[in-house]
Design a protein around this ligand. Sequence first.
Ligand SMILES: [Zn+2]
Ligand SMILES: [Zn+2]
Length: 356
Amino acid sequence: MDTMKALVLEKKGEIILKEVPLPRTKKGEALIRVKACGICGSDIPRIFGDVAYYYPSIPGHEFSGEIIAVGEGTENRSLLGKRVTVFPLLPCGQCRYCESGYFEICDHYGYIGSRQDGAFAEYVVVPLKNCLELPDNVSYECGALTEPSAVTFHGLQRLRPPFAGTVAVFGLGPIGVLFGFWAKTAGATALIGFDVDEVKLSFAKSMIFDDVQVPNEENTRKMIEKYTAGIGFDYTVEASGNNHALVNTLKIVRKLGEVLLLGNQEKEVKLTSGEMNLILRKELTLRGTWNSCFAQLGSDWKSVLEYQRLKKVDFSHLISHRIFLEEAPQVLRAMRDRKLPYTKVLIIPGGGIISC
Ligand SMILES: [Zn+2]
Ligand SMILES: [Zn+2]
């Protein structure tokens, strides 16, 4: 076996299925047979926009698979043959943040699926230390959702403890919905979602949200009255990367409340002086959050898998599509053109339905 099928991003907007050389493992690395790889919202601009780090490259950073080989000279072979998910961030291990276990804010990190080749392929090579074994009752498919689940779990951990109260989330894509799961699990007393997309609204409602609305002035006012007795939400979450949503998080949070910033703002962000003054006059706390914690202690990844093992959360319903590598270029274009209603699309390189 010298070659594999992979989706290669040749240049901006041009992603094609090709036969490429099988990547080689070095000491401390694992060769993974990819079982499932999620398409992340960030993959769309990476493929069709100007944010790719290099060409040709293979995207894909939300994945699970089986370790089928380890690099020569690797002493610890205990994960060989195991089902794993993989933390895609490659910390430098040298900077002050790495030394303190904050790999997610490493000064000089690499990244599987953007700064080096990822898992839109039959196989991928990763450092063994980035692999985490899946519990027996967590499927490869749910294992591939560990990355976005950990990112949202991380966001919740960034809020000031103890977490309790009313929550409004703007943006009901996978990140907003996953955050909703964690907020509810942690004890949110009311969980309200806002989005302009009717399909996303009804999906979020069917999953975990208490109420969902299109975010216009009348609806936000009604929700404040109904769920917070008029004072505003204890927590608001920006999970869409949209400027209007950001402004809304400031408007409907209560005084002394917290605003969690989860969405990647891809365009210029503008606040009027009145909107900016909301932060001051309400004495708000704005929490930025980035990636997820993979340290030995306090690992968001271990927590996410443990919650799934104990069946306290079930993310399988988030998966709307399972596709072959062959279908991916067409599906990616449909996602870009908003012609495909979806929540989470998984690429299954081996094809077929997989459970464990
Ligand atoms: Zn992602
Ligand atoms: Zn570092």
